[in-house]
Design a protein around this ligand. Sequence first.
Ligand SMILES: Cc1ncc(C[n+]2csc(CCOP(=O)(O)OP(=O)(O)O)c2C)c(N)n1
Ligand SMILES: [Mg+2]
Length: 1012
Amino acid sequence: MSLELLVPDIGDFEKVEIIEVLVKKGDKINKNDSVVTLESDKSSVEVPSIYQGEVERISVKIGDKVSKGDLILTLSSNEEKSNEKIPPVTEKIIQEAESSIQKTEDKIEADKKNEPQKLKDEAKILVKNKDIDPLETKDWLDSISAVLQRDGKHRAQFLIKELIEHSYKEGSDLVLSRNTPYINTISPEEEKKSPGDQNLERNLRSIIRWNAAAMVVRANKRDPSLGGHIGTFASAATLYDVGMNHFWRAKNNKFGGDLIYFQGHCAPGIYARAFLEGRINEKQLNNFRQEVNPGGLSSYPHPWLMPDFWQFPVVSMGLGAMMAIYQARFTKYLINRGMLKDEGRKIWCFLGDGEMDEPESMGAIGLAAREKLDNLIFVVNCNLQRLDGPVRGNGKIIQELEGIFRGAGWNVIKVIWGSYWDSLLSKDKTGLLVKRMGEAVDGEYQAFKAKGGAYVRDNFFGKYPELLDLVSQMTDRDIWKLNRGGHDPHKVYAAYHSAMNNKGTPTVILAKTIKGYGMGKSGESINTTHQQKKLGEDDLLYYRDRFDLPLTDEQVKNVQYYKPPEDSPEIKYLKECRLRLGGNLPERSSFAKSIKRPPPDIFSSMKESTGEKEMSTTMILVRILTSLLRDKNVAPRLVPIIPDEARTFGMEGFFQKIGIYAHEGQKYEPVDSEQLSSYREDIKGQVLEEGITEAGSMSSWIAAGTSYTNHDLEMIPIYLFYSMFGFQRIGDFAWAAGDAQTRGFLIGATSGRTTLAGEGLQHADGHSHILSSVIPNCKSYDPTFGYELATIFQEGLIRMHEKQENIFYYITTMNENYTHPEKPKDKSVESGILKGMYLFKEFNKNKKTKIQLLGSGAILREMIAAAEILQNEYNIDSSVWSVTSFSELRKEALEIERYNLLNPEKNPKKNYIEECLGSVQGPIVAASDYLRLNSDQIRPFLRKSFYSFGTDGYGRSDTRKKLRKFFEVDKEHIVTYSLSVLAKEQLIPSKYAKEAIKKYNIDENKPMPTKL
Ligand SMILES: Cc1ncc(C[n+]2csc(CCOP(=O)(O)OP(=O)(O)O)c2C)c(N)n1
Ligand SMILES: [Mg+2]
């Protein structure tokens, strides 16, 4: 039969233009194949067929304007005509509702019959609600009612709290409050025992501790300015050791590998282990923090500097936590989209307890719980100290973090006390010891470890005579040996084992440790521990004895490294452990296949004129993305990331087309389900619709842009944001992204100080190009026309994802609609666009006075208009240059300048700016929608008079026209300033500029916009 395909509900739009017809007569099409693309003044969206069949007749052509219900085409098909009135989800809901009404009616009937049995039934209902003894329940409830009546709510609350804690201590693992008592989450009976050889592991740990400290001490003997940290790793050694020996699986040809975010200040410990494994040699250890010559070791984890070793740059505190969460989420995204095998890989993230105060550290923990990231394990090293002193001297960081994480829905495992406490705790029948543990604040706990066993006896146990009795048989040394959970390999093993097997929620392990563990008087648990980087002779001897290291006094005094022979049990054990776990860690590698570039015709239509049609560069970008979604190589790899701004950027068409990623699919029928751009969530969805979190979106972008190394899968992340909320908001993440060698596109949409008209001071961006220009591997562009954008985007795809260069692109796009010319025919245009500038147009009518006009982004069009006025009204010729990137021009010029200075005997090379402007006539005027600093980037490389204009000062809301006048970058100001510049150069009389000032109502007395 013949079926008609009509324009579906396209929201509030009427008379929308058809910009593409994707089928032709005779084509056989499937259901959901796109047939035409519609474009409103903001967004473009493909219309899918709702039938399968053969196209008989197409009733529309490109350029037609259509509305809902208009005929698109007819198909011959075997299908029945669709009755679209009731969407399938609604139908299902109605059916369910109808059947439940029926069930209720049946039940009422049955109840009527069974009236005498009512009591029994009530009991049954309670049993169903897990109440196996309703009468007992009633007793308890009556009791609490009586307490409330007699002693008030505080007493009632106290009793309830006591009950909960009591039941927890007695073995109930149900947590009924935000906090559990200040004891380990896993009771000794439940601990999974480590299969490891504890003696060998202790020896190894001691050697690693020694070498880690030695490398810092040696570096600082060489030059005290090199710095380094001993105390952080000293507190965390067991936490890393147990993971390395038993849990963390490396990437190899059979398994994708666990991903470990090592805490930055622990780097010496990680090198020290790699030294024993033979991955790092003694010379490298000696070059810790000396990276200028090859062969040095980075201060902290920096993939840029050690690209085969470090995977995650984390030392700027807080970033690691958020990046790890989004890494875990992105891993699930790839699995759910069917692009990655689910191998049960885990993401581990090590954090300092002080670090948890960074807003980023806990800023995304809600997402981790919501998305059920059971592939994520945080380990917070709670050594109770940060740099200056205690993290929570007056409180308890572990309890505080427990409450927050538990409240957010995480699985919390506290590892507070070591095994030596077990017997004391088992003797604590009254609960007094646990009470005392709960009472002492972190400031006291810190002092307990700094001041020795006698002090602990007097000040901790001494508070209650019963507790003094409890330890009366113990010497001060025994008391001193009562260890903390994070230093006990058994407790740590049990916690890790439990975390590995946890399902449905992310896990946080809160491990209590001692900062500077083993450093003795020089640094154990004292406030200056963090910065202790020198150990005197006595301290070193103490350290050796503390950890029973087989070093002579002489070796200790020389701070020699210690490496047992290759055939020693220790080294054999260490290597066997890693062999069993698949290889080395950390290690950075990539086996990702590159993505074949899309055929050039995908971009060619963007390089044509838009004719009469006005469009924004943001719309053109969305068109590019829509076209790329038709390329079979590129399409699945695109990861569009948006923080709740898809509609602002005209990307709502993506919702239906590729879906929004949602790990639970869509459990509801969207309110706009009948519309073409309906909000569609899907477990296989491709768009990461992040909500209002730029830091989260950026972390997703980093996860996707480093997927080539972490998952051996090249992905193309495209993160679109309000340009003002990009680098200015998440600059430190962008820096880390560069370090991590992230590949992908950052799109600063709605950019420009005067282009985003109405939004005002906090929205109008005039400096993101300055911020992005400082990142060495970031290429920034500010294109004006569609063909410029298409050229840059095409090049970016090829360089990053086909040639796999470790660069990323920042491109600003605008929401201002205007017509776009076709790409000029001259061959040099494309290379000029990529290098940063090209000659857009010559105005040569008068063959007299000339000026060079350089315009960028939104302001290029003002320049073109100014050139026309100058030619027609003042007989002044000009060359108009489109500058797509001042920062690219500067980078190249700097390199050439350096070359020339270093090669004084050779013929100087010309930089590209000189090639363009070296022999042209007239002074140069440059302007952009950014600070003058943007165009000033090329000032040092010009031997001509150069004047730059820009939008220095706070933005504000108004119309574009008025804003450009205010910031003096409109065509009238450019004309006026050009005339003035020419007068200054004595090329024309000054009267013209004076006249223009009057003609254009320019107020010479208006203060600089920076002062307004
Ligand atoms: C964003 C940021 N701010 C400040 C610092 C400087 N800093 C380095 S370590 C440190 C203290 C860390 O304490 P904590 O997180 O408790 O780690 P610990 O060394 O105790 O394990 C500080 C303030 C930093 N690295 N990053
Ligand atoms: Mg700390």
